[in-house]
Ligand binder design. Sequence first.
Ligand code: SF4
Length: 737
Amino acid sequence: MTDLARDGTHPGAPPPGVTMSAPDVDTHCPYCALQCGMTLRATPQRVEVRSRQFPTNRGGLCQKGWTAAELLDHPDRLTTPLVRDPHTAQLRPATWDEALDRVARTITGLQTAYGPDSIAVFGGGGLTNEKAYALGKFARVTLRTRNIDYNGRFCMSSAAAAGNRAFGIDRGLPFPLADLAGADTLLLVGANVAETMPPLVRYLVEQKARGGNLIVIDPRVTATARQATLHLQPMPGTDLAVANALLHIAVTEGWVDKDYVETRTAGFDAVRRSVAGYWPAQVERLSGVPVADLETAARALGTAGTAIILTARGAEQHAKGVDTVTAFINLALALGLPGRPGSGYGCLTGQGNGQGGREHGQKADQLPGYRRIDDPAARAHVAGVWGVHPDDLPGPGLSAYELLDSIGSPTGPRALLVFGSNPVVSAPRAGRIQRRLGDLDLLVVADFVLSETAAMADVVLPTAQWAEEDGTMTNLEGRVLRRRALRPPPAGVRTDLSVIAELARRLVGDGMAGNGTTGGRTTGSATDGSGTTGGGAGSSFPEDPRLVFDELRRASAGGIADYAGVTWDRIDAEDGVFWPCPAEDRPGTPRLFAETFPTPDGRARFLPVEHRPAAEEVCPEYPLYLTTGRVLAQYQSGAQTRRIGPLRTAAPNAFLELHPDLASRLGVADGDEVTVHSRRGEMRAPARLSDTIRADTVFAPFHWGGAARANSLTNDALDPTSKMPEFKVCAVRVERA
Ligand code: SF4
């Protein structure tokens, strides 16, 4: 047993790894991947948030960060487990024992009847590194299921796949954020940082003040686009063609860095031939971007002393997202940017731990350290740390949407455990996914509020919030940071690590979980080649995040995302440590690619990519493009931010943004309720007229559920490589409701 009482309270002591309330605690914002530094102070009335100087935010916070503590004592906070009563079909309070026993009993029964893969796990990009690691291990070692994936698949997967195939590594920014300010030309593609990461804007302001060119590619005149020196406004789904046109111009004008291409890359000739067909005039017809603007942008990039190209969800959340990112990487490589001081290509990660969350094993095809689960050497190493035989580890599972969509099929999952995610709002074609969840024999949700997904669950497990637990996060720069607890969780609430340990204990027995003891159902004496023998502490599920992190370091050692040399003490002393960091006596790696790329021959890869239409084009029945995105005052599925008063006041509801000319054609006035139809569903929201959007395109934010759920409309066509759904473009019809 742990020091948790059976009712889930912490008698007289905080849970493992949680330091008791200090007057002030330096930590980071719970939301996006900028991971702004903040200080928390407990006063008798409430927890106060104060900004603090940190290299990413330099003292800035956005409205979401300032108000983050309001959720800690919110009346909607869950403080007791809930189970669905079979007689009333309603959720009712339960003890932790009842809830966990029910989960374990049902899992055991389903696995006996249908096999290990009948249980699936769905994680989140907001989970700490320790939780993401423990969840992946729990799925593979305790449940022995191949079915684990996470909501980061909907966020980062296209840029990750493109980065891996071009550079041999996926680290969002291969350089510190501060480099942005020094770039002579900065190109942002589908990145509305002024709304998603406002403190980052100070780097753009600094860059422009130095006389730099700031170019934004976005179908809407966003708050970020308004700050640009040049805004390209392509039709949704045509970014790839625009990138190829920019490279076409660079080739024609002689701006390609021939020496760099010759010595540091492979495959340029095929790309040069492929972009030869992307004449600017042709791409203007395709994308709507004037030739003159394409030429101005290409010149600004091609003749700059230093230049940086950044992509974000606008370019990536497409069924051709990997190829679109590849087109911009091709452009960056041709100009000799990656690895050159002050220059490069990067992607702006979205979720708080979107980077670390995709490195340590909650992806269907991955083991810790960014290892591939189908690589025998990787399996042997991780199995050695976990104390199991490599053959006992399952193989690759289904990607996030495929996993959710397979529920209800003869071989699909019959139980789903959700940690830190709200797919009822955030999945594409969400109505279908909601129906799929209804087909489960068991839906378990660990969360701190009753999200739309938790409201459907058979068992809801109340978990700790960010200010109540320790751990690490890895921000958009690849900088590993410390999350520090201000206070323990309220009575009745457990940490995710505690939930995982308790479930493992029930499913396997005390030997496999909890306090670092060993043993368990799987056997083996595999070694990882570094002297770590199987059957050690790795086969346990500690609740202390520091112990989990130490194990993660061993599991990641020698992998692409190598954390072996990162310690909590170093993070504290160094304002974070950049991975890879293979040893405690080695520095971290703020900048990648200076000398070589981590590919077999050390060269970056060009790959020819061709424009293709969106998976669903407009037609007489659905004549408009819909694109979706975020607003400043809300975050992701909104389960947290929609409950925070000032954010609700700032952004109380969903809306449909449309051009006044379009509105007039439709007979719609500003504020009128409209219905938006796609082939997959409909949403209702008030119209918001804006002449900053193309007249052939409408925009809806995706933070709301119910009738205002934008993802009722979105297309579940998947990128063939990354399995990213096509969130950013589909065909719709708009009517006055
Ligand atoms: Fe910073 Fe992002 Fe938090 Fe805003 S939401 S304070 S930008 S980390």
